[in-house]
Design a protein around this ligand. Structure first.
Ligand code: S3P
Length: 173
């Protein structure tokens, strides 16, 4: 088995954490969620970081978290939806991991996130419009970075994980 990390990218509500944990169990790897990692390191939740330091402050912490996680081996890493924005993160993820893009419609994201209070970017009058805008901006980056692209709409996480496993290069399983 190669030491390369398996990295999940995609928008909020695409199932990165749930599917990542399932993949890690199935592949006997450790799992990390970069948002949880940041929360553990700082001792506060993501909305508090946005409140105090703004989005830029959060992004800097996110880059540091990705650097620390990428320096480890054989992990499954679920990233935050906006982690692909910074060029330095793109290069880091590309050079240390096999990248899987969980491609999800805005309808599906809305169904999963409509009552969410933990995502600062969605605490607006029109979260659907925000999700559409973010996805339009980020989708080309997700596609460009991805080694594998999987649609997750209307599928249980277990089914998505089962679809991914046989598509992984043999040296990762
Ligand atoms: C964000 C996604 C969130 C979290 C933060 C910002 C984004 O992670 O990092 O709220 O910019 O899309 P999830 O994709 O895990 O929800």
């Amino acid at each position: 088995m190669t030491d390369q990390n398996i990295i999940l990218i995609g928008p909020m509500g695409s199932g990165k954490s749930t599917i990542g944990q399932l993949l890690a169990n199935r592949l006997n790897r450790d799992f990390f969620d970069s948002d949880h990692y940041i929360e553990q390191k700082t001792g506060v939740d993501i909305p508090t970081i946005f409140d105090i330091e703004g989005e830029e402050g959060f992004r800097t912490r996110e880059t540091k978290a990705l650097e620390e996680l990428s320096s480890q081996k054989k992990l499954v890493i679920a990233t935050g939806g906006g982690s692909v924005i910074r060029k330095e993160n793109q290069q880091l993820l590309k050079s240390t991991g096999f990248i899987i893009f969980l491609d999800t419609s805005v309808n599906q994201q809305m169904a999963r996130l409509k009552h969410d209070k933990k995502r600062p970017l969605l605490q607006t009058d029109n979260p659907r419009e925000k999700l559409e805008k973010l996805f339009a901006e980020r989708k080309p980056i997700y596609i460009e970075l991805a080694d594998l692209r999987i649609r997750t709409d209307r599928k249980f996480a277990r089914k998505v994980a089962s679809e991914i496993i046989p598509l992984l290069p043999g040296n990762l399983t």
